[in-house]
Design a binder for this molecule. Structure first.
Ligand SMILES: C[S@@+](CC[C@H](N)C(=O)[O-])C[C@H]1O[C@@H](n2cnc3c(N)ncnc32)[C@H](O)[C@@H]1O
Ligand SMILES: O=[N+]([O-])c1ccc2c(c1)CN[C@@H](CO)C2
Length: 278
């Protein structure tokens, strides 16, 4: 009840439609977004209760189970971040990153090309190496990730053909998506439709690894700029995945400690779900 009331209050002043969401994203600033979410306390590798270490451990475990493998993996709504692929690159040789905004695709390409003045992912790379425990160094991990990422292309999850005009040579064996569907959909119906659209990219028996925000109604995309998020909970995400033809393999939730609420959103928790397309 509380989240619905806040949800209606927070979003009351914003028009919510697919077109409106696309307009809001014109204000997205990659550097600000990284600063809001990917530095301590949210990315503090000395703390076991920090959000990013929790996300990386979920992804590490999902791949360690050994049933997620193949050649092609597509990362949906990559944004300006690469952390979500640190485990995936050990298991997939053809990774395609995607985002709606050229500014984000450009940020990724600059990192791929080792250009100066890009976001420093060293601590994330080091943490992934520690999780894997194979004595890999972070420069080796960075090299492996750069080698596995073969493309950075546009995507619109609200399109029935999300990658148009890019044509996939083969369907993906795995989809990864972090903080995308609930952050780009005006309502729960659009979330479900977008999930259906993404299903056209994935082979039967392929896996979908999704990270998302729980009970969030807005987030900051640039200084002074907040955009609406459709609040979702575990029940809705699970039911929507099942209605779209997935079985749930794992569903884990993280509740934000008070000091992880840094004023850039009203997220209450984070979910990680590993699902398999029937
Ligand atoms: C909250 S960010 C998530 C970024 C990153 N995956 C992460 O884990 O932090 C949401 C991303 O969705 C992208 N986006 C916005 N509209 C989209 C759409 N219609 N289809 C796909 N991605 C979209 C934005 O450009 C942004 O990079
Ligand atoms: O703590 N985090 O690692 C983190 C990273 C990204 C995002 C959030 C939290 C919460 N808001 C979403 C947008 O819906 C984006």
């Amino acid at each position: 009840m509380r989240s619905q009331r806040r949800h209606s209050m927070e979003r009351a002043d914003k028009e919510v439609s697919v077109a409106a969401m696309k307009e809001y994203y014109k204000q997205f600033d990659p550097r600000s977004y990284l600063r809001y979410n990917y530095i301590p306390p949210r990315a503090d590798f000395t703390r076991t209760d920090s959000i990013v270490p929790w996300k990386l451990s979920c992804l590490h475990r999902a791949f360690q189970e050994g049933d997620v493998h193949g050649r092609t993996l597509i990362d949906i709504g990559s944004g300006p971040t690469i952390y979500q692929l640190l485990s995936a690159c050990e298991h997939f040789s053809n990774i395609i990153m995607t985002d709606f905004l050229e500014v984000n695709r450009q940020e990724i390409r600059r990192w791929l090309h080792g250009e100066p003045d890009t976001f420093d992912w060293t601590a994330f790379l080091q943490h992934a190496c520690e999780l894997e425990g194979k004595g890999c160094s972070w420069p080796e991990k960075a090299k492996r990730l750069r080698t596995a990422i073969h493309d950075v292309i546009p995507i619109d999850v609200h399109s029935p053909n999300p990658l148009h005009p890019y044509s996939l040579p083969e369907l993906a064996d795995c989809l990864v998506s972090s903080f995308c569907l609930e952050a780009v959909s005006p309502d729960r119906t659009s979330f479900q439709k977008a999930l259906t659209n993404l299903g056209t990219l994935l082979k039967p028996n392929g896996h979908f690894l999704m990270i998302g925000a729980l009970d969030e109604s807005y987030y900051q995309v640039a200084d002074g700029v907040h955009i609406p998020v459709v609040p979702v909970d575990q029940e809705f995400v699970s039911a929507t995945l099942k209605s779209c033809g997935y079985e749930i393999c794992t569903f884990q939730c993280y509740t934000l400690p008070q000091d992880m609420k840094v004023g850039v959103d009203d997220v209450a928790g984070i979910f990680f779900v590993k699902a398999k397309k029937k």
